[in-house]
Design a protein around this ligand. Structure first.
Ligand SMILES: [Zn+2]
Length: 572
């Protein structure tokens, strides 16, 4: 039994995520967690909401709520949606937790102790009417290059010129519109990533089994242009983790908070500590997942994320850990994803384009979405959601192949032999061939799942469903029963056992349908099938079963057209 630590990139708090976000981190992480639990491994699967920063403050202001209240509410909304999609986190934490406050301050203190923090005085725009410093992108003005009047302080989106806020003509606050601005001096902490560059590069070079997508992004940031840069890790904001050096005050940094990118990944660790707290366990319970000196030496740590998050996870967060000089667990394998596009364009949170998690669950159960998203995961390149493809995939894979098999077998069995596994006959050449074929395919499926080859695993699972249907077609118990009822009983017995095996194999992808299948065959044996001949005899003659409700319904052309129109533009 192995010990597997899994974290999914943590979703930002300011709104409901779309399906592209879901398939880029949380959903494949869940697939992997469920698979490893099924294999009998000890799994810790952590996610959380990422709650700090200006966008959270602005979203709260827009909602007319204090930011603490807004984040608490949105955390609950995201938590419920995660449950709706059956994301099996051991804990869904909050980056604003006291655990994260203490750990973030601890890491900053250690980094300072080890000489990896620099205090820098810089000039920043202060809005007198808003009574706050303004981040670059919250200052608007006229572009000195092209004259565009709504240029942002970091970049003009009209001519794409990179800007400094002080370059803007007639600058104003994007928050209040106030022009009552002045440049003030402010002190910030910088993480000296350049000083850690060699260590980081050696560590990344040692990861020869990582996907090219991951290492190429990391190497680009390490070496392109001027190479890896030091990064500011503090902000002049109200909402965040107060800057402290461990548990001590940090002179000159009063009233400032850590920048959200610094504290967010530390929440992976803090979230595990929150898990321990929630279960009334002591620090040793979570430290054995994270501290190699306290039991985590045998842990393998996997991270899941979209490609935009790779730089933070290959450079910034490891810099924090390496720079601390303490034996914290570094990621062992990082699985990154490309983007999922939507129906000829992009998903857009700001424009409300695409299907969002709450909307998806309001029209179909989680399994339909899980199956489509995972079987089309954007692994080697971007992929695209289209309603036609979704309809085809659901109707063919789920309804025609898997659902139909389960329905035909159970209905036929009950009508001919009653609601118990029939005892007659022996497995013949057709059954032997099926068992051999299954064995080879399940071995491939298991290997793809271990390797986190999501699409290949989905294709193999579908192929496993297909060979069951093909077997049923060739064995034709509905004909055989007329001439050789004993043999028909053997066919039905094998097919009922196959439903249990399908439940086990399918559970990581479609957990609800898997539970329905398992319940129908009256078993609780979720053992991963390694010995196929034995697995085909698990349900013994006389064992009771029932006919389940239809596992999947088909999507009609009318529904498809309706949804396509409904989700084409601005979110209502
Ligand atoms: Zn411009």
């Amino acid at each position: 039994m192995a010990r597997i630590l899994i974290t999914s990139a943590i979703p930002y708090i300011n709104g409901i995520k779309h399906l592209g976000n879901l398939v880029g981190s949380q959903l494949p992480a869940d697939l992997f967690a469920r698979f490893n639990r099924a294999m009998g491994h000890e799994v810790m699967f952590i996610c959380a909401t990422d709650e700090h920063g200006t966008p959270a403050e602005l979203a709260a202001a827009k909602a007319g709520k204090p930011v603490e209240e807004y984040c608490a509410e949105m955390h609950e909304v995201q938590k419920k949606l995660a449950e709706g999609f059956r994301l099996s986190f051991d804990h869904f934490g909050r980056s604003s937790s006291q655990r994260n406050h203490r750990l973030t301050q601890h890491f900053a203190g250690k980094l300072a102790e080890n000489g990896f923090i620099e205090e820098v005085v810089e000039k920043q725009v202060f809005s007198i009417d808003d009574n706050r410093f303004l981040p670059d992108r919250y200052i608007t003005g006229t572009c000195p290059n092209c004259g565009y009047e709504a240029a942002r302080g970091d970049q003009c989106e009209n001519c794409t010129k990179q800007l400094d806020p002080t370059d803007l003509i007639n600058p104003r606050s994007s928050i209040s519109g106030s022009t009552n601005l002045e440049v003030r001096e402010t002190k910030h902490l910088y993480l000296k990533q350049r000083a850690l560059k060699d260590k980081l590069e050696a560590w990344i070079d040692s990861k020869t089994d990582w996907p090219i997508l991951t290492t190429s992004i990391a190497k680009k940031w390490l070496n392109d242009g001027d190479g890896l840069q030091d990064r500011g890790i503090t902000r002049d904001l109200y909402w965040g983790i107060p800057v402290k050096k461990g548990d001590q005050p940090w002179p000159g940094m009063e009233g400032k908070v850590f920048y959200v990118w610094f504290d967010a990944p530390i929440e992976y660790i803090a979230g595990t500590a929150e898990w321990a707290d929630a279960h009334g366990l002591d620090d040793a319970a979570w430290e054995r997942w994270w501290r190699t000196d306290k039991g985590a030496a045998d842990v393998t740590y996997y991270q899941f994320m979209g490609k935009d998050n790779v730089p933070f996870h290959t450079l910034s967060f490891p810099a924090t850990i390496l720079g601390s000089g303490e034996p914290w667990k570094l990621v062992d394998y990082l699985k990154s994803f490309n983007y999922l596009n939507y129906d000829g364009g992009q998903f857009s949170t700001s424009q409300g384009r695409g299907v969002f998690m709450d909307q998806a669950l309001s029209i179909l159960p989680a399994d339909y979405w899980r199956w489509w998203l995972l079987s089309h995961a954007p692994e080697s390149s971007d992929s695209e959601f289209t309603w036609e493809n979704f309809q085809t995939s659901v109707n063919k894979d789920l309804a025609d192949v898997l659902g139909n098999f389960v329905s035909r077998v159970t209905k036929f069995a009950v009508s001919k032999f009653g609601n118990q596994v029939p005892a007659g006959g022996e497995f013949g050449p057709l059954e032997t061939a099926l068992i051999a074929d299954l064995g080879a395919r399940i071995a491939d499926y298991t290997r793809f799942m271990e390797q986190m080859e999501v699409r290949k695993a989905a294709a193999e699972l579908r192929a496993i469903w297909v060979i069951g249907n093909e077997y049923l077609q060739s064995a034709a118990p509905w004909s055989v029963v007329k001439t050789d009822p004993e043999q028909a009983q053997a066919i039905v017995r094998l097919s009922l056992n196959l439903i249990r095996v399908y439940a086990v194999l399918s559970a990581p992808f479609i957990p609800d349908a898997a539970a329905t299948m398992m319940q129908a065959v009256g078993s609780e044996d979720w053992t991963w099938p390694a010995d196929i001949p034995a697995a085909m005899r698990t349900l013994a003659p006389g064992h009771a079963f029932t006919v389940p409700e239809n596992l999947f319904r088909k999507i009609t052309d009318e529904e498809r057209a309706d949804w396509q129109a409904r989700f084409s533009g601005i979110r209502a």
